[in-house]
Design a protein around this ligand. Sequence first.
Ligand SMILES: Nc1ncnc2c1ncn2[C@@H]1O[C@H](COP(=O)(O)OP(=O)(O)OP(=O)(O)O)[C@@H](O)[C@H]1O
Length: 225
Amino acid sequence: MADAIFRLDRIGVDYPTPAGTVTGLHDVSIDVPRTGITVFAGPSGSGKSTLLRVLGLFERPARGVLWFDGVDTGALRHSGRRALRREHLGLVFQNPAENLLDYLNVGDNLRAAAQSARRSCAPEEILARLGLGGTGDWHVSALSGGQQQRLAFGCAMARGSSVILADEPTSQLDEASADLVLDTLRSLAGQEFAVLVASHDDRLIDLGTRVARLRDGRLEGVEQR
Ligand SMILES: Nc1ncnc2c1ncn2[C@@H]1O[C@H](COP(=O)(O)OP(=O)(O)OP(=O)(O)O)[C@@H](O)[C@H]1O
C-alpha cells in the first residue's frame, strides 16, 4: 500500500508465563492506511489488544519490523518511541475513567491533552465537532459514559494525533452510550486521522473501512470496504 501510516512485517510477540511462553502474535503482516477506520476484529484472546499495544509503541515485538510513517520503530531508543507516541498517537481505552482526568473540567481535559503534546487547542471548537458544545466548564462526571468516550477522542484530537488507537471503546457502555461512540467514529472516518480500533462489537466492525480478522494471534484475512 503506497500510503500506509503503519507497515507491519511478520510481527511476533511472546509472553513468558510460569507455564511456558505464550505467543500473543504470530507473523502478523499488514499495512494500515493513513485515513479511515481500521478495525482489528476477533474473539477473546485472538491478539487484538496485543496488536494495539505494539502499534501504540508500548510493546516491543520479539520478531518482525514495525514502520511508522517510514520510520523503523525497532531502531528507536525509548526516548524516540516516547516522542513519536507523544506527537502522533492518541489512545482511547475501554474504560472512560481511564481516559480522562477527573479533577479537571471538560475544557481543561482538552487543554491538558494538548499541553502534553506541547500544543495549544481551541476546546470549544473540538467540543462542537463532537456534539459536546457548551460543556467546557462541566465536571467530567456530569457527562454520560458515551460522552466521556467522545471527550477521550477529543483529547486525541487536541493532542494533534494523526493516529487514534481505541481498544474496545464501546465494551463498557450501555447501548445509548455506545451509539454516541459509534457516531463519533462515523464522523472521524472522513477526517484526517487513521482510526485503529480493536473490537468484537459487530456494529463497530461494520463501520470499518478496513477490517483485519485475528484468530489465535494470527491474521486470518483483511477486508477492504
Ligand atoms: N501480559 C500477558 N501475559 C501473558 N499472556 C498474555 C498477556 N497479554 C496477553 N496474553 C496472551 O496473548 C494472547 C492474546 O491476548 P490479547 O489480550 O491480545 O487478546 P484480545 O483479542 O485482545 O482478547 P480480549 O478481547 O479478551 O481482550 C492470549 O493468549 C493472551 O492470554
